[in-house]
Design a protein around this ligand. Structure first.
Ligand SMILES: Nc1ncnc2c1ncn2[C@@H]1O[C@H](COP(=O)(O)OP(=O)(O)OP(=O)(O)O)[C@@H](O)[C@H]1O
Ligand SMILES: [Mg+2]
Length: 462
């Protein structure tokens, strides 16, 4: 946490430094350059006036030069130096030795401008040749010190510095407040995660605001809710499964104890007890087989799908269901379209057809009917199992796919049902990208409709 805060503050600090550096240099440099430019123009104008006035003289003499300069009223200049064409000093109104190098350059016809900004002053100079049409008479240098403009620039610099300090303080306070608010919310989210990680799935994170962190909080709550549902389902499944297994085991134990404890049991009674033991152990076997099927479907390791012809699967399943339909006096009909091929696992599809048809027969009335239909259109392959049986009340339809759920517990148990068949069907259909719907049949009974996306001919290779 602390590291995010310091990273954030370093980032703000870096941006701020760059901004302040620009603020403190760019305006000063541009205004200084503007002053240099202005000086160059004004000095160039002045020096051309001076040099043409001096050029009017026949010859450069100290008195002649002084008179001309006096006449021109050049009061702005700190120093004026004039040399003749031999480099001899004609006029100098300054103190100390004059710098003659630029003046000597001017004798070659060059005009030289210099300006520097030091010691709170713009010191500028311009040197130009004094020329007549016949040739160069000499050279003149004008020197100027401007503290007025320098003061303005220094004042700007001072103001910008004060502004920079104010901006830095405000930005740092804002950055600290912002990082504190964000970090407090992150800490709260981490705290919520720790609570949920410790096993309290009922905890919900209080979401405030409408930003990315709130979005994260909402996602976290959705995740926790899913975890809670999964945990609840797992708990219910374990308790249901142990209950389902406990009941036949207890019956077997009771029946075998009775046989062992009854000294001279009649053979008929013993046979009856043993047959009960057998049917209980059969039920135990069926339940454990179905549990294994379910756990295989739960496994993320998917069987590689192959082209499966649902008509063939249905035709193969029917012989195994005929004894039950005969026993229950149910008429089993089919209307199966050719070429209903999907990409699936054949064993899973057999379970789907078998369980749906077995239910349609089991939960039917004597003399009832079961119809298996198979059809397809351009996008979907559809399998439906219709019966004229006892039907499923509307409020139970949503739950029939839940593991161990039975509508009529007594009836289902009496017919050996474990309440797992439809869960297997549901999981197998979903694992193959299909969907299953349940509705009522007209005028009575139930319809289960399973639909799968129709694969392309490249997929099936047909
Ligand atoms: N065609 C149907 N008509 C009426 N009720 C049905 C039908 N199919 C399923 N049911 C109801 O839904 C419940 C769940 O069915 P499911 O196939 O999952 O379990 P089961 O048949 O009881 O046991 P199992 O299939 O595991 O042997 C059944 O107990 C039954 O009450
Ligand atoms: Mg069933």
């Amino acid at each position: 946490m602390r590291s995010i805060r310091s990273k954030f503050l370093i980032f703000i600090f870096a941006i701020l430094s760059v901004l302040l550096l620009l603020l403190n240099t760019y305006p000063i440099i541009t205004s200084r350059d503007a002053v240099f430019e202005e000086k160059r123009n004004s000095l160039a104008g002045q020096v051309s006036v001076v040099s043409s006035a001096l050029g009017g003289l026949d010859r450069l003499s100290p008195d002649g030069v002084r008179d001309v300069l006096h006449f021109l009223e050049l009061e702005n200049y700190s120093r004026i130096v004039v040399i003749d064409d031999n480099g001899g000093l004609i006029y100098d109104d300054g103190i100390g030795e004059p710098e003659l190098a630029d003046l000597h350059q001017a004798l070659l016809g060059k005009e030289i401008f210099r300006s520097i900004f030091t010691n709170r002053c713009f010191s500028s100079s311009v040197v130009a040749p004094i020329g007549t049409q016949g040739g160069i008479l000499g050279a003149v240098a004008l020197y100027e010190n401007d503290t007025e403009r320098a003061d303005i620039i220094l004042e700007i610099q001072h103001q910008v510095r004060i502004l920079s300090i104010a901006i830095s303080i405000v930005a740092l306070i804002l950055a600290l407040v912002f990082s504190w608010i964000v970090l407090r919310r992150l800490e709260y989210l981490t705290n919520s995660m720790q609570i949920v990680a410790s096993g309290d799935y009922s905890w919900r994170h209080t979401v405030t605001g409408n930003d990315e962190l709130s979005e994260l909080g909402k996602e976290f709550n959705a995740l926790t809710e899913r975890l809670e549902t999964n945990e609840e389902q797992r708990r219910r499944f374990v308790s249901d499964a142990s209950h389902e297994l406990k009941t036949p085991i207890a019956s077997i134990r009771l029946l075998s104890d009775s046989i062992l404890q009854t000294a001279d049991m009649e053979e008929n009674m013993m046979r009856e007890f043993v047959s009960d033991i057998r049917s209980e152990s059969e039920r135990l076997q069926r339940t454990t087989e179905k549990l294994l099927d379910l756990s295989r479907l739960d496994d993320s390791i998917q069987v590689i799908p192959e082209p499966v012809d649902l008509k063939q699967i249905t035709l193969d399943a029917i012989p195994g269901l005929l004894p039950l339909s005969r026993e229950k006096d149910i008429q089993l009909d089919t209307d199966l379209e050719d070429g209903c091929v999907i990409m699936a696992n054949a064993e899973d599809m057999s379970h789907v057809v078998f369980n749906l048809t077995e239910n349609a027969i089991k939960y039917n009335v004597p003399g009832g009917k079961v119809m298996i239909r198979l059809s397809q259109d351009s996008e979907t392959v559809r399998l439906s199992v219709e019966d004229t049986g006892i039907g499923i009340p509307e409020e139970d339809r949503y739950n029939v796919f839940t593991r161990f759920y039975r509508v009529d517990k007594a009836r289902s148990r009496a017919s050996g049902g474990s309440g797992l068949g439809l869960s297997i069907v549901h999981d197998a259909v979903l694992a193959h990208g299909g969907m299953i719907q349940v509705g009522s049949n007209h005028p009575c009974g139930t319809v289960f409709v399973v639909s799968f996306p129709r694969p392309s001919s490249e997929e099936t290779g047909i």
